[in-house]
Design a protein around this ligand. Structure first.
Ligand code: BES
Ligand code: ZN
Length: 445
C-alpha cells in the first residue's frame, strides 16, 4: 500500500481522536515503515559476503581475459551462469570491432648513422620491408612537397600541424614507400593512426632527438639509404560480449520508470590475470546482483559486465549506443566498479568525467557518511566504462581506489593482492546507495 494511503486513513482516524492517541498512532505508523526499511538495509548488509566476491575473483583471475579470446568467452559464460543461478533473466550482447595487433618486428637502420634508433610502429601501420633513400619532407603538407620527388623513397617528416594519417596519405600520394615521423616535443608519445587506413606503407615514430640527429646526418650524406621493416602487425575483426542481467521493479503499480545500471568490465589486458582490474568489479557486480535479487524495488536495476574495455571502452560504448532514446532518458545512474579490491591501492574515490557531483556521487556520499562517518571524496576521471554513459548525459561515476596499486596492468595483478575488507567496504557503500534509490514510495529527484 502507498504511504499516502496509510496517511489518509490515519488522518481520518486522528480527526476523531484525542491528543494522546494521536501521538501513539503517529509513532506506531512511522516506526513500522522506517523499521521495515531499516530491516531490509540490515539484511542487505548482512547478506553481502566478501568471501563470495573473493572466490569469484580467484576463479576469474586464473588466466588473463583479453577481449576476443577463448578466455574471455569462458569468463562470459561463467558470469552469465552466475546471474542465472540467482534467478535473473540475462542477455549476452555480442559485438564486433576492429582491432590492431602490434607488430613483433620493428627495424630501422640508416647507412652510416652512428647511433642506434628506437623506432615505434604507429598503431594501425601496415607491415612492410623497404630499403631506399630518405627524403626530408618537412611536415608532409601538400604545398611543401610540390617540388619533391618521393617516388620509391622513404619520407622523413616532423610531427605537427596536420594529423599523422594526413601526412601518410600525402606522402603515399607522391609514391613514398615508407615514412619516418619524428616528434616535435621531448614528450614520449605512442603514435596512432586512429583506425584502419588506406595507406599501405610502414610508418614509424622517432623521438625528437633522434629525428634531429637524423636530419643532421642526411645534410652531410644526402644519399644515405634506410631500411625499414615492420612485421606481424594485423588489423582485423574481433568479437567480444557484454553480459546483462535485469531486475524489473517488483511492484508494477508503484514503480517508477527509472533504471539503474551497475557495471564493470570483465576483460583484462594481455599477460595480466586482472584480479583487481577487473575481476574485482565483476565479482562485486555479481555479489550485488545476488544480494539484491529479492529486495523490493520500484526501479529497474541492470547488472552489466562489459567486454573490450581495455581496448578502448568498446563494450560500454556499444551498450550505450544501442540503447533506445527512451532507455537513455530513463537511466538515472550508472555505478561503474573498476579496481575495487586491491590491498596495495589507496582509498576509495569516486570519479566523474566532468569533475562535478551527480546523483551517483550524492548517493554514495550519503551512504559512506552513514556507514563510515565520512563521505567518499570525488575527483575527475575518464578512464573506464562510465564515460559513454556520461557522454550520453547520464549521471555516472567510477568507484576506484586511489592511487592505483603498483601491479596495475602487470602479471602481478593476482588474487594474493586482493583485500576482502576493501571489497566489503565498497560493496556496502554501493548497495546502500542503490537501496536508498530503489525504495518503494521514496521521492525521486
Ligand atoms: N581500470 C583502468 C582505469 C584506471 C586505472 C583508472 C588506474 C584510474 C587509475 C582501466 O581498465 C584502463 O586501464 N583504462 C585504460 C583506458 C581505456 C580507454 C583503454 C587506461 O587508463 O589506460
Ligand atoms: Zn579496468
Amino acid at each position: 500500500m502507498k504511504k499516502t494511503l496509510y496517511k489518509l486513513v490515519f488522518v481520518a482516524i486522528l480527526a476523531l481522536a484525542t491528543v494522546a492517541p494521536i501521538a501513539t498512532f503517529a509513532t506506531y505508523y512511522t516506526t513500522t515503515q522506517a523499521e521495515e526499511y531499516a530491516n531490509l538495509e540490515t539484511e542487505i548488509l548482512q547478506t553481502l559476503d566478501a568471501d563470495k566476491m573473493y572466490s569469484n575473483i580467484k576463479f576469474l583471475s586464473k588466466t588473463p581475459r583479453v577481449a576476443g579470446t577463448k578466455q574471455e568467452d569462458a569468463a562470459v559464460k561463467y558470469i552469465n551462469k552466475q546471474f542465472e543461478s540467482f534467478g535473473y533473466k540475462t542477455e549476452i550482447q555480442t559485438f564486433t570491432y576492429n582491432d590492431y595487433t602490434i607488430p613483433h618486428t620493428i627495424q630501422l637502420a640508416i647507412d652510416g648513422f652512428p647511433q642506434s634508433l628506437t623506432p615505434l610502429a604507429f598503431e594501425y601501420s601496415a607491415n612492410g620491408n623497404v630499403s631506399s633513400e630518405v627524403v626530408p619532407a618537412g611536415l608532409g603538407k601538400v604545398n611543401e612537397m610540390k617540388s619533391l620527388d618521393l617516388e620509391g623513397k622513404i619520407a622523413l617528416l616532423q610531427r605537427g600541424e596536420i594529423s599523422f594519417v594526413e601526412k601518410l596519405s600525402n606522402v603515399t600520394a607522391k609514391g613514398a614507400v615508407g615514412v619516418i615521423i619524428y616528434n616535435n616535443t621531448a614528450d614520449k608519445i605512442l603514435g596512432s593512426l586512429g583506425a584502419e587506413n588506406e595507406a599501405d606503407i610502414p610508418a614509424v615514430l622517432l623521438t625528437q632527438a633522434e629525428g634531429k640527429a637524423l636530419m643532421a646526418h642526411l645534410q652531410k650524406h644526402p644519399d644515405a639509404k634506410a631500411s625499414l621493416k615492420i612485421k606481424g602487425a594485423k588489423t582485423g575483426n574481433n568479437t567480444s560480449h557484454n553480459v546483462i542481467a535485469t531486475k524489473k521493479p517488483t511492484i508494477k503499480k508503484n514503480s517508477t520508470k527509472d533504471i539503474l545500471v551497475i557495471s564493470s568490465h570483465h576483460d583484462s589486458v594481455a599477460k595480466a590475470p586482472g584480479a583487481n582490474d577487473n575481476a574485482s568489479g565483476t565479482a562485486m557486480t555479481l555479489e550485488l546482483a545476488r544480494v539484491l535479487k529479492d529486495i523490493p524495488t520500484d526501479t529497474e536495476i541492470r547488472f552489466v559486465t562489459f567486454g573490450a574495455e581495455e581496448v578502448g571502452l568498446i563494450g560500454s560504448t556499444h551498450y550505450v549506443e544501442n540503447l533506445s532514446k527512451n532507455e537513455v532518458n530513463r537511466i538515472v545512474a550508472n555505478f561503474n566498479l573498476d579496481m575495487v579490491g586491491s590491498k596495495d591501492a589507496g582509498e576509495l574515490i569516486l570519479q566523474t568525467v566532468d569533475e562535478k557531483p551527480n546523483l551517483v556521487t550524492d548517493l554514495a556520499q550519503e551512504a559512506s557518511k552513514k556507514l563510515n562517518g565520512e563521505p567518499t571524496p570525488y575527483n575527475q576521471g575518464d578512464r573506464s566504462d562510465h564515460v559513454p554513459f556520461a557522454n550520453a548525459g547520464i549521471p555516472a561515476a567510477l568507484f576506484i581506489h586511489n592511487p592505483p596499486e603498483p601491479w596495475y596492468h602487470t602479471a602481478d595483478d593476482s588474487i594474493d593482492k586482493i583485500s576482502k575488507s576493501k571489497l566489503q567496504d565498497v560493496a556496502e557503500i554501493v548497495s546502500v546507495s542503490i537501496w536508498n534509490q530503489i525504495q518503494i514510495d521514496t521521492k525521486k529527484k
